[in-house]
Design a protein around this ligand. Structure first.
Ligand SMILES: Nc1nc2c(ncn2[C@@H]2O[C@H](COP(=O)(O)OP(=O)(O)O)[C@@H](O)[C@H]2O)c(=O)[nH]1
Ligand SMILES: [Mg+2]
Length: 365
C-alpha cells in the first residue's frame, strides 16, 4: 500500500487528527501502539500514541484475481473492527486525561466529550465541579448538571444583536465563512428582520460573483424583501458602492463561499474587507461541522479579522460542544444562531444560557 506513514501524538484523537490532515479522510489506520519518548532507560519518558496509516481508498489495495471480492470483504470487515478498536482507544485516552475522576462525574465528563467539547475544557469543567461541590451534592446528577450549565454559560462570550442605533453612517456588516454554511440565507434573514420588523433601511451588497446562481439567490431574496442589492465585481468598486448607500441604516455584505483552504481567494476577501472597512465581521460557521474542521476554519478566516461568530444549522447539529472552543479560539463573541431554512424566522440572538443548555443537555433544537 502506498504512502505508509507513522504519526505520534499525546492522545489518540490528536494522532487521528494528524492522519486526517496529512493523508486525508480516506486514510486507513494500519496499526496503533503506545510508545515512550524521552526519559532514561524507558523511565520518566512521555507516553505517546503512535498510529501507522496509509493514504488512499480501499480500491488501491491490490486484490488477487478470483478471490478479489472475498479479500475486499474481509478487508472491509477488518477495517470495521479496527475502527471500533480505535474508537475505544480514543475514549480510553480521553478518560485517562482525568485521573481520579469521581464515578459521579464520569457521566458528565463523557457527555461533554460526546457533544464535542474540547478535552481540556471538559477537564477544566469537571475539575471545577469537583472542587466546588461536596461529595453528597456530587452524587446528585441534577445538581451536577445545573452547575455544569452555569459554568458553561459563564464561559460563553456573547455579543448580542447588531445594534443600529446612534449611528450617523450606515453600519457595514460583513458575513464571511466557508462555502454552504448559510451566509446568504442568514443575510436574507437579517435583512428581512431589520427591514420588515424594525422598519430600518437596509442595503445588501454581494461580492459573491463566482457563481451566477449565488447572485441570483441573493437577488431573489432582495426582491422579495424589497431591499436594494448591488453586485460588486472588484475591491476597488466596493467603497464607491457603499457610498451610494449612504441613506441606509445598515449595509449587509455577502461574500463568496470560498473554501477556507484557498489562500488566494482568502487574500482577495481581505482586499474587499480592507475597502469596505466593515464595523463588524461575522464569521458564519455551521454547527453541523466537527470541532477539528471548525477549528481550521477559525484559524484560516481569523487572518482577515473576525469580531463575531454566527452558528447556523443548529437544527441539524449533533453536538454543540464545539461552539465553546470555537469562540475561545476565534477570540470573538457569539452574535446569532440559526436553526432552519425559513426566512426570516429561523434566526435568534445567541444567548449564553441557551447554548449552555444545548451543550449540557445535548438535546437537539
Ligand atoms: N437546516 C438548515 N439549513 C440552513 C440553515 N441556514 C442555511 N441553510 C441552508 O444551507 C444551504 C446553503 O446556504 P447558503 O445561504 O447558500 O450558504 P452560503 O454558501 O454560505 O451563502 C441552503 O440550502 C440553505 O437553505 C439553517 O440554519 N439550518
Ligand atoms: Mg452565498
Amino acid at each position: 500500500m502506498k504512502n505508509l506513514k507513522t504519526f505520534q501524538a499525546k492522545t489518540m484523537a490528536e494522532a487521528i487528527d494528524q492522519v486526517k490532515r496529512r493523508l486525508g479522510r480516506d486514510a486507513v489506520i494500519m496499526h496503533t501502539r503506545t510508545v515512550t519518548r524521552g526519559g532514561v532507560l524507558g523511565f520518566g519518558g512521555q507516553p505517546l500514541v503512535e498510529v501507522t496509516a496509509a493514504a488512499g481508498d480501499m480500491t488501491s489495495v491490490p486484490a488477487r484475481q478470483n478471490s478479489g471480492v472475498t479479500d475486499q470483504r474481509k478487508l472491509l470487515a477488518e477495517f470495521g473492527e479496527l475502527r471500533a478498536a480505535v474508537q475505544g482507544l480514543v475514549q480510553d485516552a480521553r478518560l485517562r486525561r482525568v485521573p481520579n475522576l469521581p464515578e459521579e462525574l464520569l457521566e458528565a465528563y463523557t457527555s461533554l466529550i460526546q457533544t464535542d467539547v474540547a478535552e481540556d475544557i471538559a477537564v477544566q469543567l469537571v475539575d471545577r465541579i469537583r472542587g466546588d461541590l461536596d461529595p453528597s451534592r456530587l452524587a446528585d446528577p441534577q445538581v451536577v448538571r445545573r452547575h455544569l450549565a452555569a459554568y458553561v454559560e459563564s464561559m460563553l462570550p456573547v455579543a448580542g444583536p447588531i445594534l443600529l442605533t446612534h449611528r450617523a453612517a450606515p453600519a457595514v456588516i460583513a458575513l464571511i465563512g466557508p462555502t454552504g454554511v448559510g451566509k446568504t440565507t442568514t443575510i436574507a434573514k437579517l435583512a428581512a428582520n431589520f427591514s420588515l420588523r424594525e422598519g430600518k433601511k437596509v442595503g445588501i451588497i454581494t461580492i459573491d460573483t463566482y457563481r451566477i446562481a449565488a447572485v441570483e439567490q441573493m437577488r431573489t431574496y432582495a426582491r422579495i424583501i424589497n431591499v436594494p442589492l448591488e453586485v460588486v465585481m472588484s475591491p476597488s468598486q466596493l467603497r464607491g458602492t457603499i457610498d451610494t448607500m449612504k441613506d441606509r441604516d445598515v449595509i449587509l455584505l455577502d461574500t463568496a463561499g470560498r473554501s477556507h483552504s484557498d489562500q488566494i481567494k482568502l487574500n482577495e476577501l481581505k482586499c474587499y474587507l480592507d475597502e469596505a472597512k466593515p464595523h463588524e465581521v461575522h464569521l458564519v460557521l455551521s454547527a453541523t461541522t466537527s470541532r477539528g474542521v471548525l477549528s481550521e476554519a477559525v484559524e484560516r478566516f481569523g487572518v482577515v479579522g473576525v469580531d463575531r461568530v454566527i452558528f447556523t444549522k443548529l437544527d441539524e447539529a449533533v453536538g454543540f460542544g464545539a461552539i465553546l472552543s470555537c469562540l475561545t479560539q476565534a477570540n470573538a463573541r457569539l452574535s446569532y444562531l440559526t436553526d432552519g431554512q425559513e426566512v426570516p424566522d429561523d434566526i435568534e440572538v445567541g444567548h449564553s444560557r441557551r447554548v449552555a443548555e444545548l451543550i449540557v443537555s445535548g438535546k437537539r433544537v
